[in-house]
Design a protein. Structure first.
Length: 232
């Protein structure tokens, strides 16, 4: 089985391929930090991964994509590529949240026990999701909420907290005397991790973006009406 995975949700762009043939496993991956340019980079990156592995998109048995949350442009880019590949090849798309992939990456690094992923937003909230201790199984759905609400969701059970919003959640927990641990360093939704976990993920028919909140950039409705009335 050959799985091709990719992620464009946050400040990184990545693609990963995993081939399973009996006891033989082949992994090929690319990962680049970037704040913008995902839509220009992801397709060439997928081509590089396929080329190194010696495959084409027709050889792939299933695709995997992060569905969000993340930047609106990033989430749309990943979903659009997944839909295009599925339409062109007739192969299924599997997927999960970007936060789930981050948690799976921490689990593969040896972090045991319950995990919480918190990614900060521009207005002091966090994208948040928790995962159980036996395996990287989501304990709840991803959501956007205040750091204080995130602490309430975790309750008295100590969690390992990863992500750019970890400081906010840790501070909120300290105010009420609750103890958690924080992951040092970056936590990313790496497509190499997604490729390894994809075989256990549900098929998305079709893949849908998970935004969780309204877009920061909104059309100027008054200006738009004026332009329409002017026939522009």
């Amino acid at each position: 089985m050959i799985i091709l995975a990719f992620d464009t949700c946050f400040n990184a762009c990545s693609a990963g391929l995993r081939q399973l043939v009996g006891q033989r496993v082949v992994d090929v991956a690319r990962f680049e930090l970037m704040e913008k340019g995902h839509s220009e980079r992801i397709v060439p990156m997928i081509g590089e991964v396929l080329g190194e592995a010696g495959f084409t998109v027709q050889d792939v048995d299933a695709y995997a994509v992060t569905t969000g949350p993340g930047s609106f442009t990033g989430v749309r880019t990943g979903i659009a590529v997944a839909r295009a590949l599925a339409l062109a090849t007739g192969k299924p798309v599997r997927g999960t949240s970007s936060l789930h992939v981050m948690a799976a990456g921490l689990r593969q690094l040896g972090h045991g026990g319950p995990i919480a992923i918190a990614i900060s937003t521009r207005d002091g909230l966090v994208y948040f999701q928790t995962f159980d201790g036996a395996a990287t199984v989501p304990a709840n759905e991803p959501r956007v909420l205040s750091p204080e609400a995130a602490v309430e969701i975790m309750g008295p059970v100590e969690h390992m907290i990863g992500g750019t919003g970890g400081d906010l959640v840790m501070a909120a927990a300290a105010l009420i005397g609750v103890s958690h641990r924080q992951v040092a360093g970056r936590v990313d939704a790496d497509a190499a991790v997604l490729a390894r976990m994809a075989i256990d993920l549900a098929v998305l028919t079709p893949p849908q973006p998970l935004y969780l909140r309204d877009a920061d950039a909104k059309p100027q409705s008054g200006v738009l009406i004026q332009r329409l009335e002017a026939g522009v």
